[in-house]
Write a new protein. Structure first.
Length: 350
């Protein structure tokens, strides 16, 4: 009986240990070649290529990713102040205009995909919306006329391209902001805030916050700043752990079986991700001129990635993580409050 339990434990833990080892090897290689964001990109690409090239049993529990999100949310929450929120009201109209433009572009992209890749319009629309991966896959599963496999592939490819390429693009442009001295860190203080975020997580879920593991500690940080509570900056080692946890999770998203889709669908998924990166690149350049912000902040604010992922990259690249989070949160709310209900209405009308 004991041996059976031991074998089951080894069988359960072995795929997780494999991911950790592969991720650490990836991080080490990326550090040696001075690659940007080695802890995130090294683990991401290490796990991704290992999964695609070798049939090793690999598994990454969701709670590991969620732990990483709690760390990132806590780090960004420490930066939030009420003054920052007030100052963002000047950009509300621009954020609305930006999301209307992106939605129009995605609509045109969906029609092109429908014609070229021979997929239903409802599937093409859901696949083209730059919203959260898990939320849009769940939305697709709830509709009868949508091909979930195609939607999943498009959003996984977009996440991989956005998270994998944006740090490289920003680094190649030489527009990475200079490191800012944030003061001394206190790992015990950090740990207490992360624990507080975890304890209050059920409230975030009850309020149906998008990405609650990320937004709950962000809101806690904002509330603490309102009460003038001094918060120590996040320890860099904790941020490295968060990057590895999230990087490994993203690296496992693209399963080999996802590549069995028709060739035109595969090309369409890659092309749509690249086109979204290009259009948001030029919008970001315009934002630099309009708002006098640094390029890293503007690109991460407009990029079609997840709010949590863009916030993590912002903290790593010394961009304005609070501004990035607000822009991405606005886009997410715009999609969930306006775009998805319109899409659902159109599907019901059919």
């Amino acid at each position: 009986m004991f041996k059976l339990k031991e074998k089951n434990f080894i069988r359960t833990i072995s795929p997780i240990v494999t991911v950790i080892m592969v991720a650490i090897v990836g991080v080490t290689i990326f550090q040696l070649i001075n690659f940007p964001m080695p802890w995130m990109l090294g683990s991401l690409f290490g796990v991704l290529f290992t999964q695609l090239l070798w049939k090793l049993p690999m598994k990454w529990p969701v709670f590991m990713r969620n732990f990483g999100l709690l760390i990132v949310g806590t780090a960004i929450g420490q930066l939030f102040t009420f003054d920052i929120l007030v100052s963002m009201q000047d950009t509300l109209l621009f954020m609305l205009f930006l999301n209307i433009v992106l939605s129009a572009f995605c609509l045109a992209l969906a029609y092109a995909l429908q014609k070229w890749a021979h997929i239903p319009l409802a599937t093409a629309l859901t696949a083209s919306i730059p919203g959260g991966l898990s939320q849009l896959v769940v939305f697709a599963e709830e509709q009868e006329d949508i091909d979930v496999a195609v939607v999943t592939f498009f959003h996984v490819i977009r996440v991989l391209f956005v998270v994998g390429l944006i740090p490289i693009i920003v680094s190649l442009t030489g527009k990475v902001p200079e490191a800012i001295e944030t003061g001394s860190t206190n790992i015990l203080h950090n740990g207490f805030l992360i624990l507080l975020g975890f304890i209050l997580l059920p409230i975030g879920k009850k309020l149906k916050l998008p990405v609650p593991h990320f937004l709950t500690p962000v809101i806690i940080g904002l509330l603490l700043s309102l009460f003038k509570v001094e918060i120590a900056p996040m320890d860099s080692n904790l941020l490295h752990i968060a990057q590895l946890c999230i990087g490994a999770y993203i690296g496992l998203l693209l399963h080999p079986k996802s590549l069995r889709l028709p060739r035109r669908v595969l090309i369409g998924g890659i092309s749509s991700a690249v086109l979204l990166l290009i259009i948001t690149f030029f919008i970001a350049e315009g934002m630099v001129l309009l708002f006098e912000m640094d390029f890293a902040t503007s690109y991460l604010s407009t990029a079609p990635g997840g709010m949590d992922q863009m916030g993590l990259i912002a903290t790593a690249l010394q961009a304005d993580a609070t501004q990035v989070t607000i822009f991405q949160l606005f886009r997410m709310l715009f999609i969930y409050i306006i775009i998805l209900p319109l899409l659902k209405w159109r599907l019901l009308k059919r």
